[in-house]
Design a protein around this ligand. Structure first.
Ligand code: NAP
Length: 272
């Protein structure tokens, strides 16, 4: 039997990280999981629970390079599930992974696919991470997913979905008819388990998705299921002709403009 892969995860308590940890725990014969946790979060219930389920918890300030290097000792794969706002923290993690001679780094992409620069500011921030990784000659795997299902469902006028959809889709890009990739966030762990156990994915971009659809198809399906019509708000696809904007880390208008630019420039690649 091959030895277990030792996988360290930064951001294990987040929406994406927790799904990845859960899927890796389900394959405990293959993976040994280590959660890197900032000290102020270590007492959170989620980490107490993960420890009880067999995850090794290593409390470490991500900005303390020697401490992170020590925490990564013996690790085969480091996966970052930090949010894009934590870009500088993640750059520290990348440097630590290099110093600790980690065999593979999976940076926090889990994103929509579009050209690497000047189209989508969030994408640009992620490409900066990849630049760091490549400059260090650190083996990597980039994983992209399209849009999470969880961000793709609109609300209905009656308010019946308000408590169910925490991050609703607010507008349609262009005419809403561009084909795009969509993935259920709850499936990401199963994809990641498969990808990181596969040597072919070293130094590759992997694009996984559950299905390809359009915003209009999703909105129409919600209308059919809820028996309500949803007023459409279209965002002009001419956004795509605008130059890049610096990522502010917040602001709905920026995210929506990004959505418009992305949806007019989606590239589809065959799944793994
Ligand atoms: N494709 C899509 O539709 C889509 C949508 C949203 C996000 N994403 C991508 O998915 C990835 C993960 O995002 P997410 O939404 O899952 O993130 P999230 O839920 O916000 O989780 C962020 C994680 O980072 C940790 N963290 C925050 N600040 C930290 C710090 N200073 N030091 C160490 N850890 C810190 C948090 O842990 P504690 O607070 O517990 O310490 C938490 O575990 C990102 O790359 C994001 O861009 C993709």
């Amino acid at each position: 039997m091959s030895p277990k892969l030792r996988v360290a995860i930064g951001g294990a308590s987040g929406q994406t990280g927790l799904n990845i940890v859960t899927a890796l725990l389900a394959e405990s014969a293959k993976f040994k999981i280590i959660a890197l946790v900032r000290p102020e979060s270590v007492d959170k219930e989620v980490f107490v629970d993960l420890q009880q389920r067999g995850v090794a918890i290593r409390a470490v300030a991500f900005t303390d390079l020697p401490a992170v290097v020590a925490a990564l000792e013996g690790v085969d794969i480091v996966i970052s599930c930090l949010a894009v706002e934590q870009k500088e923290v993640e750059i520290g993690l990348i440097h630590a992974a290099k110093q600790a001679e980690v065999g593979r780094c999976v940076p926090s992409f889990f994103a929509t696919v579009c050209p690497p620069r000047g189209v989508q500011s969030v994408r640009d921030a992620k490409e900066d991470l990849l630049d760091h990784i490549r400059r260090l000659y650190l083996p990597y795997t980039v994983i992209d997913v399209g849009w999470w299902y969880q961000l793709s469902v609109p609300l209905v006028p009656s308010g019946k979905l308000n408590d169910l959809v925490s991050a609703p889709a607010m507008s349609l890009a262009g005419q809403g008819d561009t084909q795009n990739a969509f993935t259920d966030n709850r499936d990401i762990g199963k994809y990641v388990a498969r990808i990181i156990a596969d040597e072919r994915t070293i130094n590759k971009h992997v694009f996984v998705y559950n299905e390809v659809s359009t915003q209009e198809a999703i909105w129409s399906k919600v209308e059919e299921l809820m028996d309500e019509s949803i007023p459409r708000k279209y965002v002009s696809s001419t956004y795509s002709t605008l130059g890049p904007r610096p990522f502010s880390g917040q602001g709905n208008s920026l995210w929506q403009a990004d959505e418009a630019r992305h949806l007019t420039s989606c590239v589809r690649v065959a799944p793994l």
